[in-house]
Ligand binder design. Sequence first.
Ligand code: UDP
Length: 239
Amino acid sequence: MEKREKLYEGKAKIIYKTDEPDKVIMEFKDSATAFDAVKKAEIKGKGVINNTIATFFFELLKDKGIPSHYIKKLSDNEMLVYKVDIIPVEVVVRNLAAGSIVKRLGIKEKTEFNPPLVEFYLKNDELHDPIICEQHIYAMNLAKPEEVAKMKELALKINEILKEFMKENGIILVDFKLEFGRKGDEIVLADEISPDTCRFWDIKTGESLDKDRFRFDLGDLIEGYKKVLEKLEGNNEKN
Ligand code: UDP
């Protein structure tokens, strides 16, 4: 596998072409951004740990039959994935109220959503990723009704798998963001699942083990992400 020119650089990852047209390399960067990239930092080791955690989740989901762009981990900070046509809609699943929904709707933090909420946001930095509803997706021709139905179905299945798995390992899955892409006729999970894109709370202490550490200066980011990885890998005796 040959790494070729850069195709796209985002806030947390760089995508490179390879010598195979249907595959790209996703490189995880050490950059952290929050609040529309108003807050920025380089955090040594973040790329490596996010690649490791994202690989872990993609493998787990593959075992459970969830289709994704993931092929394999290539190196400490690189993953090989299928090139997909990303649907410009961020799908957020919420089990407990936290973050933007608390501010937007005045819902008390930690309110449980049962069934879980599925929300859509337009992937558009200039417009600050506004929340949208299904009808906006159709009006803007971003995806077809059957594609939206598939994204919702997959998002809820992924939530059940991850929520259960995290709980067994001492972590509450509060909420998370997913992106999907088209691979031929199929809708597959794309982008990443990591502590950058999820809220994880320690079941016992309530400590945030995710990017909220960076957003709100709650403690060393790498320390939190390492706790997540240790728990996932079952290396934590105290679970
Ligand atoms: N999220 C993300 N990327 C975004 C927006 C949100 O990964 O551009 C994740 C975020 O980390 C959290 C969930 O989606 O786990 C819900 O985020 P929320 O809408 O509460 O926004 P926030 O307050 O985090 O900006």
